[in-house]
Design a protein around this ligand. Sequence first.
Ligand SMILES: CC(C)(COP(=O)(O)OP(=O)(O)OC[C@H]1O[C@@H](n2cnc3c(N)ncnc32)[C@H](O)[C@@H]1OP(=O)(O)O)[C@@H](O)C(=O)NCCC(=O)NCCS
Length: 409
Amino acid sequence: MTIEVRPLGADAWHQAFTMMELSFGETWPQDAADVERARFEPDRSIGAFVGDTLAGHAAIYSFTMTVPGPRSLDVAGVSLVGVLPTHRRRGVLTALMRHQLHDLHESGREPVAVLTASEPAIYGRYGYGCATQWVYAEVNRAKRAMRPVPGSDEVTVRYADPEKSLDVCAGVRDAIVPTRPGYVRHNEPWRRGEIADPESERGGASALRCVLAERDGEVTGFAYYRSKANWEPGGPNGTTIVQRVHATDTASYAALWRFLTDQDLMSKTTHRRLSLDDPLLSWLRDPRAAMVTVRDGMWARLVDVRRALSERRYTTPLDVVLEVRDDLCPWNAGRWHLAGDGSGASCGRVDREPDLVLDVADLGAAYFGRPVLAALGAAGLVEERTPGSLAATSRAFTSEVLPLLDTPF
Ligand SMILES: CC(C)(COP(=O)(O)OP(=O)(O)OC[C@H]1O[C@@H](n2cnc3c(N)ncnc32)[C@H](O)[C@@H]1OP(=O)(O)O)[C@@H](O)C(=O)NCCC(=O)NCCS
């Protein structure tokens, strides 16, 4: 079977849309598709053709994301990936992935690609590693008691119209983006997408609510949430479903969570994309008040090892030779001398014996600061040739706050 991968051109959205419906086995409601369309970048969409048939599709969103430093890095957000059920397991996805990575390298655009996986078993073979995790937390209202947070009583919470408060919420969001690796700077279509609130995606819950946290008349935070009522014979058993909570200071963040976890008629509050080091989990007096489930979040792929490793900063001083295995992107394979600290980094080819030998996917897993290298070494997946280099490299790659992708795509 001959597969030709090429840009989709003018009609890209319509073709991508049809492909998504068929490959995901869904009918995409118009209101949700409209939100997606506003973010779609037609010139970054590629199709895999078998004869005249569009057999597969992949797209890229142009993101700017926080990496350890903190620094802002342009990353390619790979999305809308699908292959026609009639053409599966014949290499169509592989052709798309290869084309996309080679094209990114040749164009010199983003040195890192990221994605979220429908099924996590798919992307490791293409050099993606699990770079962030998502914590699904369900807080039991009856056990919600929190430790006191200084200053939180001075914060008031009030309702606001999501549309009218878009700019003020965007200001809070922009202020917090550098505070955690993996946070994406939202441009206009992504800001609007946050409050688009398509009815088809509410799953029986209320319309989106927006509350602002204020101190001395200044907005210091906001939250977007929905409520889902549930009238049971034993009493009301509703859920507060939190979509996003941000604040520029700890007290305001605490005040927002206190509000969100204490709603009459709602016996629990859920959030799908928290970090394991979120302050909420430290404030709860009863750690079991929040039942948490941890799963893979963002997957990262170093498209260009040299540029990627020199763009981020390192928690402790590092001087190491890495031997990288990368069959799909041979320009990354081989030995790299990486030297860096909190203020700068350089990475270049070297002809010296390596201290560590590892797959490019494992570098991707560690890139945003997740503390995984030592664990991968303990698991026998990263080979330490120079004693002590694994612990030193793992420490230097690990950021002080856990990385988190909190913008699903
Ligand atoms: C996932 C999907 C894109 C794979 O496309 P495909 O063209 O069949 O993939 P390929 O033929 O190129 O497969 C490449 C390899 O991945 C494996 N693979 C493909 N889909 C897989 C899956 N869902 N789970 C585990 N492995 C998978 C194949 O077995 C093959 O392995 P091999 O290299 O060891 O032989 C396609 O099945 C699909 O459209 N699924 C539904 C939509 C979806 O989940 N999209 C991904 C969004 S993140």
